[in-house]
Write a protein that binds this ligand. Sequence first.
Ligand SMILES: [Zn+2]
Length: 129
Amino acid sequence: MHELSVAQALVEQVDAVIDQHNAAQASLIRVRIGPLAGVVPELLATAFPLAAAGSRMEHAQLEFTHAPIQVHCQTCGLDTEAAMNRLVCGACGDWHTQILSGDELLLESVELETVPTLAPSPYFLTPNS
Ligand SMILES: [Zn+2]
């Protein structure tokens, strides 16, 4: 399952972000997926909890931002949005287009939670321990 390795890579990326910010855990992970990325968001959403199990993002919510497909027309020179099954120029309809975006798979943002670091207090100890 391709999405599982994508999810594992995502977990590693988020893990690095958590470290960078000295956070305790991630609460929300936003991923930008273009229709041409070759990743099915639903499958990634299914694979993510498996990859994140036991990690500092196991309770994080996964959100997807759907990136549009943008093409550059070599005939009229305009950049327009295109449909996945029809990569033609939106202005003149020409097929001679170059894909500018829509194949990306990016970690867009991560919301982190920090747990306040309290000094261990003797009042929290039970007398018998
Ligand atoms: Zn055009």
